[in-house]
Each structure stands twice: as structure tokens, then as C-alpha cells.
Design a protein around this ligand. Structure first.
Ligand SMILES: *Cc1c(COP(=O)(O)O)cnc(C)c1O
Length: 464
């Protein structure tokens, strides 16, 4: 049964281009899943057949070469092997002395070096960039408070800590600050320029105003690759402001930070290496299956002092299983942790950094190509500059703004329902945009031709 499932899983990847990019999970199918609790056993064969019929064909579609919605990774056959082995091993990488912990340590060390962070940096793998942002901002909060936040909570101080990010920052930053008790009332969303990067003068002025008000500026969150447009904040500029103002610099580089792998794209990210903490995903632009991200903190001690808690049942011993190495549970909020490092380790070893860099460059070139096709089409309009791998555009017609937004929403839904391609949508400066975020190693140039042609075809049909 396992052999058959493996064969069919790999076949499903091999044939993915011939499948629709998405099919709706109909109400009929939903009803089929609404079954009572299985009290007794059922033959594996039968359950497997049900999976083949009811579950596996109705995926989100992010493995497909024409899926560019939100920011989704594609997954690789190599990672299927890694996940199979990791599940068979069932390692708990919370701590203690076993090889899996050393593999994660190595993976984090590789990323430390790739991201240009110094020795002494600490880090760990987490479920994704939302969690990585939470961990990095928890370290920032505790280090910047100046009192013992773990003992006293936020009431231990006589001032409010203020965090700053651009208006284009990801919602997970706000949610992290809500969870950390900071509250989003203490998050200043700074306006961006024409290029959708944070306006440094506006940031400096907001910091000054908070000082005057008696609040305490604590941390700036820079974004390397915004979700809406892929813009990269001026990280060197942010680092300089943070140094001068003694603020913590956290960078959310969920997908954009991966561009450091490419020598030609790296200059875009200058200043990244100066961050106090950095969050990035490996399930987006490293094409690995969910869920894996990484958080780095420039001084490992900042993570340790935010999270380490060693009750007697977790006491470390000089010898035996419970030695002192690899206790990732001291650096983050989770105790039991899966072996998510294995797929990262295998991908880096089998494919190498350079192939990942070439794929990232290929995606950036594809985004540029799509932007050119949009600009050369009289029916289409580019809505934001393309600095990395995200393209925002719309079908343009001589209609009032509101009708144009409704028209483009309709184009998007029809396109997705057709299964031909899956971009997503967003709103750029009040205008509804079709948005393609290219983190897909299966896309070919002609896939973007199909997208352009279909948007134009559907748009003309609707207008006509
Ligand atoms: C996707 C994304 C996140 C959230 O990452 P998850 O892996 O979905 O938790 C945070 N920031 C940015 C810029 C993102 O694109």
C-alpha cells in the first residue's frame, strides 16, 4: 500500500500540468466528507480509494505551473522523500541528543551564513513566517523593555513601547503584536512612497512625535518583499535609523529574503544583514512543502532569555539522552517539534544553493516578462512597479473606477473557476488588481502568455 501511494503521489506531480489549476470542492463532495465518527476499523484499501476520489483531486492548486495566487510554494518530489523519512523516524526535535537536532542546527547555521548574519546568531525552524515574526518580535519586546517582561508582563514599565512598520507590512506583524500584549494601537503604520517602500522621513517624524508624547520607540519592522507588490524597504536606511535611535530592527523577509541567494538580486536586500532579527519562509520561495520557515536573532541570548524555561522534567544531564545540545525549545515557544529540517537539509544538499538561486532569478525574469506583456497590451494596465516577483495589473476599460474593480473581480473569479490559471487579487491605491506572485519553479514563459491572453479574452467578453 505504501509503495502504491508513493508511486501515485509522484505520478500526480509528474502529470500536474495536464490537470486544471483548481477545481471546486463541490457541496456534494462536502456532504460525502460529513461522516459520523468511525468507531470501528475500515479497510485501508477503501479509505485510500475514498482519498483518491474525494480529497486528492481537489487541492488548492499551488503545485500547478499556472498558480500564482497569494504567495504559495510548489513543493518538490525530493521533499516527498524527505517527508516520508521524517514521518518514519518521528523525531521530536524539541531537544536532547539525537542526529535530527544536529541536522536542524546545521540548516540554521547555513541560513545564518547565507543571510549574512554573524557568528553568535541564534535561530530555529518554525511553521512559517507568521510564527517567525512572532518569535522575532517577542525577542524584540523583551530586549527593548528594560524590565523583566516575563515576570511583570507589560505592566512592569512606565511607558508604552511603540513598533513601526510600513502600511504595506504583512498582517502577521500586527497579529504578533496583538498576541504579545503590545496591541496594534502601538503599531504605527508608516506611509510608503511611489515605489511602495517605507517612507524613511515619515518614519523619522513618527519616531520624534512618539518621543515628544512620552512613548518609547522600540522596534522597526522592515519588509523585504511586501505581499502586495514585492517591494523591498530600504533596509540599510532602516538599519541606520535604528542604530541612531537604539531601536530593534526586525525584518519580515517571508519570500523576499530568499533573493539573497542570487548574486544579481542580493544588492536589493543590502542592509538585511544588519537586522537584529529576521523572519523568512522556506515553503514559499524555496519551493518546499508546508510548513517551514526560519527565524534568526543576531544574539542567540535574546531568544534564550525570551523563551528558555527548564522545569525539572526537562533537566539537562552531562551524559545520556538529555545532554545540553540542540534544545530548540529554549529558543522558541514550542516544546515538541517535528523534523522539518530534513527537507531543507536534503534540498540544499541535493540541489545546491546555486540551483535555488537560478530558479529565483527565473521567477524574477518571468515577472518582468509578464509586466512587459501587460504594458504592451492596450487592454491591460500595470498597477505597481515590479521590483521582484510580484505583478499587479488589471483589465483596463473606459469605465468608472467602481465598475472597473467589479469587472476585474469577475475576471479573476472566472479565470480561477476555469482552472486555467490562479492569480489572486488585491487593492493597490484604491484600484482592484489581479496579482501574480511568482514563487513557482514549474512555470514556463508560455504560462504567462496564457494568463495574459485569458484575462484579455474574458475582459473583452464581459465588456462586450
Ligand atoms: C506569507 C507572508 C507572511 C506569513 O507567512 P506564513 O508562512 O504564511 O505564516 C508574512 N510576511 C510576508 C511578507 C508574507 O508574504
Amino acid at each position: 500500500m505504501a509503495h502504491r501511494a508513493l508511486d501515485e503521489a509522484l505520478d500526480s506531480l509528474e502529470g500536474i500540468r495536464e490537470q486544471p489549476a483548481w477545481r471546486s470542492f463541490s457541496e456534494v463532495l462536502q456532504r460525502r466528507l460529513a461522516q459520523p465518527i468511525p468507531r470501528g476499523p475500515q479497510p485501508l484499501e477503501e479509505v485510500y480509494r475514498e482519498l483518491l476520489e474525494v480529497v486528492l483531486p481537489y487541492s488548492l492548486g499551488n503545485r500547478h505551473p499556472r498558480f500564482w495566487g497569494w504567495v504559495n510554494g510548489t513543493g518538490t518530489p525530493l521533499a516527498v522523500i524527505a517527508e516520508l523519512l521524517a514521518a518514519a523516524l518521528n523525531a521530536n526535535v524539541g531537544g536532547r541528543d539525537h542526529a535530527a537536532g544536529f541536522v536542524e542546527e546545521r540548516v540554521v547555521e547555513w541560513w545564518r551564513e547565507l543571510m549574512g548574519f554573524p557568528l553568535g546568531t541564534g535561530g530555529l525552524l518554525v511553521s512559517g513566517a507568521s510564527m517567525a515574526n512572532l518569535v522575532g518580535l517577542a525577542a524584540a519586546r523583551n530586549a527593548q523593555a528594560g524590565w523583566d517582561v516575563r515576570r511583570l508582563g507589560l505592566r512592569g514599565g512606565s511607558f508604552r513601547m511603540i513598533f513601526y512598520a510600513s502600511a504595506e507590512a504583512h498582517a502577521s506583524v500586527r497579529r504578533a503584536l496583538e498576541l504579545l500584549g503590545i496591541g496594534h494601537g502601538c503599531l504605527r503604520l508608516i506611509r510608503t512612497g511611489e515605489d511602495f517602500r517605507i517612507d524613511l522621513a515619515a518614519l523619522e517624524s513618527a519616531i520624534r512625535q512618539d518621543h515628544v508624547r512620552g512613548d518609547r520607540p522600540a522596534c522597526v519592522v522592515g519588509t523585504a518583499g511586501t505581499t502586495n507588490t514585492g517591494a523591498v524597504d530600504d533596509l540599510a536606511g532602516l538599519a541606520a535609523i535604528c542604530r541612531a535611535e537604539r531601536l530593534w530592527l526586525h525584518v519580515d523577509g517571508a519570500f523576499g529574503a530568499l533573493a539573497v541567494l542570487s548574486p544579481s538580486l542580493r544588492p536589493l536586500l543590502a542592509g538585511l544583514e544588519a537586522a537584529d532579527s529576521l523572519a523568512f519562509d522556506l515553503h514559499k520561495w524555496m519551493y518546499l512543502p508546508y510548513g517551514v520557515g526560519c527565524v534568526l536573532a543576531r544574539r542567540e541570548g535574546d531568544l534564550r532569555s525570551a523563551f528558555s524555561l527548564v522545569p525539572e522534567y526537562l533537566e539537562k544531564m552531562p551524559r545520556g539522552v538529555a545532554t545540553g545540545a540542540n534544545h530548540f525549545s529554549d529558543l522558541g515557544p514550542e516544546l515538541s517539534r517535528g523534523f522539518r529540517a530534513l527537507k531543507v537539509w536534503m534540498a540544499l544538499k541535493v540541489h545546491g544553493v546555486e540551483k535555488h538561486a537560478r530558479l529565483i532569478e527565473q521567477n524574477v525574469a518571468q515577472a518582468q516578462y509578464l509586466a512587459q506583456r501587460v504594458e504592451s497590451s492596450p487592454d491591460l494596465e500595470l498597477l505597481a512597479p515590479v521590483s521582484l516577483n510580484v505583478v499587479c495589473f488589471r483589465f483596463a476599460a473606459d469605465l468608472p473606477e467602481e465598475e472597473l474593480s467589479a469587472l476585474n473581480r469577475e475576471i479573476l473569479m472566472r479565470l480561477q473557476e476555469s482552472g486555467v490559471a490562479v492569480p489572486s487579487g488585491t487593492v493597490i491605491r484604491g484600484r482592484y488588481a489581479l496579482r501574480a506572485a511568482v514563487t513557482n519553479h514549474r512555470s514556463r514563459r508560455e504560462d504567462f502568455d496564457v494568463l495574459v491572453e485569458e484575462v484579455v479574452r474574458i475582459g473583452r467578453e464581459l465588456v462586450g
